[in-house]
Design a protein around this ligand. Sequence first.
Ligand code: 5GP
Ligand code: MG
Length: 181
Amino acid sequence: MERDLARILIPRDEIQRRVGELATEIAETYGEEDAHGLVIVPVLAGSIIFVADLIRCLPFKMNIGLMTISRYRGKTTEGGDTKVVQDLDVDIRNRHVLVVDDILDTGKTLRTVGEQLRKRQPASLRICTLLRKPAKAPKDLVADFVGFDIEDAFVVGYGLDYNDQYRNWPDIGVLKAECYQ
Ligand code: 5GP
Ligand code: MG
């Protein structure tokens, strides 16, 4: 797996440090009262590793509601529609909701998730994304918590995949060109 990476963009220790900081920011933002009954909505499957690390740094009770969105197929992140593959089955009405995703690229995925969830009238809706590509992210889609702003390269590891592989690589890296089929 390691030999398929052209370079490491964010090493594992740096990810862990930043995840801890994000958890502190999140805990401070909600405060004790709002954190009570918070619903975390990880967008599957890219956020699995991130959300597992993040929530273990959060010192309060929470519910977790899973949502699966499929967006892109293959190496390009352009094109293709977002599709809700598995919808949330937690009642979020009047509850504080934090959506957790792996990467904010064009914003199409998080826009779809936001539209779906807002219809259910949560008390508040915030977004936490581990990565953001500022080159493409639309100005009107604001992520409340962002781990790292990165260059516009296709990255894998720490939950992010290429053709459903490389999610288990602990660092975030750029794939070698020859690994794209
Ligand atoms: P958006 O809808 O914001 O354009 O794209 C977000 C989704 O596309 C992410 O949740 C992720 O699944 C996928 N994606 C976007 N950029 C990358 C990337 O660089 N690497 C990987 N592995 N997936 C990406
Ligand atoms: Mg995703």
